[in-house]
Ligand binder design. Structure first.
Ligand SMILES: C[S@@+](CC[C@H](N)C(=O)[O-])C[C@H]1O[C@@H](n2cnc3c(N)ncnc32)[C@H](O)[C@@H]1O
Length: 202
């Protein structure tokens, strides 16, 4: 994955296949379990190799998965247990073009920043509308210090933007990475906001 050129997502999935669920996902799901929320409707945006969708299915969640890369759907379908197939609904398309079902949990790992900045506000408003009372958001988004900031096709947020996005939600966990590190495309500066938030029940 490199900046300023189309990412080679197929190569990325080969690289990530077999990984553990992302730490953000694991933290978020611990919060969901601690709140004793029963598995309901989940959404995953940009599921990639499908690791987190498989984990949600294994816990009994229905999953509505959205991916812009058609090959990801093939990678995921080949990994789904036969008895979980009925719980899974997949859409190939850009998240900003897909109607979201009402949901109790949304996970998006390293995918939301790939949404066109001109479409992000409308996308986010639809996402907030579809989030049920008591529902969870477990997601990350790149910050303005990231090496890739400046790519006009991607969305980056500052801390004030982040506060506005989560206005009215209970932020249960916020971790900020702002450091150099490795990536699939080589070393870069990562600026990433990891957020676990919940819409108040009432
Ligand atoms: C960096 S990968 C992350 C994949 C996976 N969530 C993970 O943590 O390994 C970003 C994923 O988002 C997908 N993607 C990019 N733009 C998207 C969009 N607008 N809507 C839905 N998926 C998108 C890509 O195809 C890719 O699979």
């Amino acid at each position: 994955m490199t900046n300023n050129e189309l990412p080679d997502w197929a190569a990325y999935y080969r690289h990530t296949l077999g990984r553990e669920p992302r730490p953000l996902f694991t933290r978020g799901m611990a919060a969901v379990r601690a709140a004793k929320v029963a598995p309901g409707q989940a959404v995953e945006i940009g599921f990639g190799d499908g690791t987190e969708t498989l984990a949600l299915l294994a816990e009994g969640w229905r999953v509505f998965g959205i991916e812009v890369t058609p090959g990801a759907v093939d990678v995921l379908r080949a990994r789904v247990a036969a008895d979980a197939e009925d719980l899974l609904e997949l859409r190939i398309g850009a998240a900003q073009d897909v109607a979201l079902p009402a949901f109790d949990l949304l996970y998006a790992g390293y995918s939301l920043s790939f949404i066109d900045p001109g479409r992000f506000a409308t996308f986010w408003a639809r996402l907030r509308d579809a989030l049920r009372p008591g529902g969870f958001l477990i997601l990350n988004i790149f910050g303005t210090n990231d090496s890739w900031a400046g790519d006009p096709t991607m969305t980056f947020v500052g801390r004030d933007d982040l506060d506005r996005l989560f206005d009215g939600l209970e932020v249960l966990d916020l971790q900020v990475e702002d450091a150099d590190g490795p990536s699939f495309g080589g070393p870069k500066h990562w600026h990433v906001f990891d957020v676990v938030a919940r819409r108040p029940v009432a």
